[in-house]
Design a protein around this ligand. Structure first.
Ligand SMILES: [Fe+2]
Length: 178
């Protein structure tokens, strides 16, 4: 499954550190398996249940957020390197995994996709952070996943987490507000 995941998410190849790249892949693979999905499902599962009949899949959203966060990170790095450095391994891994918990949060029924029992108990930032910790990803990556949504409001976000958080909402609000 890992080779196919690398094809689906070419951004994985941008992660320089072998350990972080392998753990990112392992986390994705685990979520697909635990959620009972196939790899083809990733481009079918909606990225949100908050927009009725959205055409945007979990795969498309995840890649768009990742590419946008990378673009933001590049500008941040160019302009503010006197103040902080962007770690692109953390940023790419965190962006690719920011919604990995949704693969546990949603389930398919005959009448469509709904929140699973797990999703009712643990929104995706919680289940996603748990999966990342399970696979030994660095705290900086777990942090990006944990604080990317409303749960992170009002608390500290690292520069990489700020980029992923805003990229996520840029890839949500215009589709919600059509
Ligand atoms: Fe997202």
């Amino acid at each position: 499954m890992k080779d196919k995941l690398k094809e689906l998410f070419p951004e994985i190849g941008m992660i320089q550190d072998d350990d972080i790249r392998d753990k990112t892949l392992a986390t994705l693979e685990d979520a697909v398996t635990l959620g009972g999905w196939t790899l083809d499902d990733l481009d079918v599962v909606p990225f949100t249940l908050l927009i009725n009949d959205t055409k945007c899949s979990w795969l498309k959203h995840t890649r768009a957020v990742t590419r946008m966060a990378i673009a933001c990170g590049k500008v941040m790095d160019e302009e503010y390197s006197d103040n902080y450095k962007i770690n692109f391994d953390y940023l790419v891994s965190g962006a690719l995994l920011h919604d990995v918990g949704k693969l546990l949060e949603y389930e398919r029924t005959d009448s469509g996709f709904i929140k699973s029992r797990c999703g009712k108990l643990l929104r995706h930032p919680f289940s996603g952070a748990g999966l990342c910790t399970k696979h030994g990803l660095p705290d900086d990556v777990v942090h990006i996943v944990a604080v990317h949504a409303k749960e992170g409001q009002g608390g500290y976000r690292s520069p990489e987490a700020v980029a992923v958080h805003h990229a996520d909402f840029i890839n949500f609000e215009p589709l919600r507000d059509l």
